[in-house]
Design a protein around this ligand. Sequence first.
Ligand code: PLP
Length: 405
Amino acid sequence: MEKRYIYADYAATSPVSEAVLNEMLPYFTEQFGNPSSLYKYGRNARKAVESARERTAAVLGCEPSEIYFTSGGTESDNHALRCGAELMAAKGKRHIITTEIEHHAVLNTCEYLEKIGFDVTYLPVGESGVISPEQVKKAITDNTAVVSVMLANNETGTIQPVYEIAELCRERGVLFHTDAVQAVGNIPVTLSGNCIDMLSLSGHKLGAPKGTGVLFIRNGVKLPSLIFGGGQEKGLRSGTENVPAIVGLAKALEDSCGSIPEKSARLTAVRDMIIDGLFEKVPAVRLNGDRACRLPGNINMSFLGTEGEALLLMLDMNGISASGGSACAGGSPSHVLRALGLPPEAVQGSVRFTIGGDITAEDGRYIVDTTAQIVKRVRNMSSLWERYSRESGNSGILKYFSSII
Ligand code: PLP
């Protein structure tokens, strides 16, 4: 098999296209002004930022006045939760609802909110990884301030019914936030005709540079500031605007969201080929997360009797860049896979391939064949695998995996 180089970690970050870079370049050099300055250079920079705001709003189906540029998904999540909680605490509400599978930008902010006196409910997810609106409905009390449920999970790619959840939050006077960092650019996302109050997105997941993002705040929601200073972004997010990145973000949003139908069909076909291929060629595997309700480019699989890290190193040596889960988790066991109810032994040998760009069916076959060989090699050296091979039937750890060993 001829060696190929395949980047399969689009959920971690994505490359900036030439088209996006070309739109950004003038704002580093000849159009370098500060948007707050009154003279020509400043006015040109301001024009670029406001045009990017209009373009971003057009893609997302909202008003330009509802778009706030931030430094990325983490800041947007922090702002929505901390400031949403502060806003509602002034009305006497101090209860937050979220899920066990959120990104740490949400979970660690919730932990902080608990420390300063808020109650947080972390809703469990079943084995499919999908939360039901009914669960949220039951958890809402008269004290509930904010509900935050991610649109698509960064590890398993499972898509949550956020529009329904937003609607029932509105009925109860609760603010609803969604972390749409993994969804925007991959599946259609709109803010028109629904009840989402706040939405976070991140530039570098959809072809814009790192360190740029958006917080959507629906008009009428009077969120306080998170960052204080010179009063940029209508006083809500101080700090001189990152003009080139904001321009790049608008272009990347247009390009990534504009190509969803074509991209989604193509990636879904390669994704399904990889999943089916791995089930066919590798015994004792499992797909983590719901098969149908998942992002077009996400494949998260566990290989019994292996160590994820060993698999990833060997995949890298064979030209495939994949991940053990969240790029931000820093090697700790996946809280998402644990939340699906998987025992630690099953979580251990997990690999996340997130495909994108111009990946082809041949690339998909290379991923399947290479992974199958590597899993076999790792298992041949594994005492755990030897032990599992002696077990029979569909009991214990084996019940989480496909086919008998
Ligand atoms: N939320 C989710 C679901 C993510 O996947 C990520 C990044 O991996 C973030 C938030 C954080 O975004 P950023 O890297 O822009 O801070």
